[in-house]
Design a protein around this ligand. Structure first.
Ligand code: 218
Length: 193
């Protein structure tokens, strides 16, 4: 019994490490939109699928690790870390909050097992993770990124446009990929053990 539990914990950890590495690798693909800081974040897709597969805790830890990696490997060098509090908010907290997609874990697991469509729940809970992340970027944007706003534009309006735009872009991305993968959902989300 204990052995099975340990083996499962190890498997979840290894899956989380693979998802984190994959999400981080995807950050090296072109993902800006040309509209200010509006960005696609492709790694949200595997992380959200992982949240539906393993729940809120593993997904939050993976999101947090992805954020720390992104801060070290890209954020600091890119000049996207403006001060310690902003860095903490936008890389530790924002990325970890994507794990909130895992609040859909129980429903999505049970719907998949009874062969019901999970599309609506997947979009709803996936959007919760994405909106939570970009809400933090919106707050940070209003406080810290105002000097990047076009002349005369209120920093909070600017931040809402940029980060709200990113949230919408990523929700659309997740919907499109989930639709493309819809026939593989069960294999991806229901663990074999
Ligand atoms: C208005 C504005 N511009 C830039 C940022 C910074 N930001 C936004 C989204 C995601 C991330 C994490 C790395 O991709 C960062 C640093 C902002 N919050 N607001």
């Amino acid at each position: 019994m204990e052995k099975t539990k340990d083996k499962n914990a190890l498997q979840v950890t290894v899956e989380g490490a693979i998802i984190t590495a994959f999400a981080m690798a995807l950050n090296y693909l072109p993902h800006t939109t040309g509209i200010s800081a509006v960005e696609f974040s492709y790694g949200l897709v595997p992380l959200i699928i992982f949240a539906f597969r393993r729940g809120i805790v593993p997904a939050t830890l993976s999101g947090l690790t992805w954020g720390i990696l992104d801060l070290i490997l890209r954020g600091i060098g890119d000049g996207s870390v403006l001060n310690p509090l902003q860095g903490f908010l936008e890389y530790f907290i924002a990325f970890a909050l994507v794990g909130l997609a895992g609040t859909g874990y129980t429903k999505i697991q049970s719907d998949l097992r009874s062969n019901k469509s999970i599309m609506l729940s997947a979009i709803l809970f996936g959007s919760l993770g994405i909106v939570s992340k970009y809400f933090i970027h919106f707050i940070a944007g209003g406080y810290y990124w105002g000097s990047y706003a076009p002349k005369g534009m209120n920093p909070w309006v600017y931040s809402l446009v940029v980060n709200g735009g990113s949230a919408i872009a990523n929700i659309i991305l997740v919907i499109v990929v989930l639709l493309l993968l819809s026939r593989s959902m069960k294999t991806l989300i229901i663990p074999k053990n």
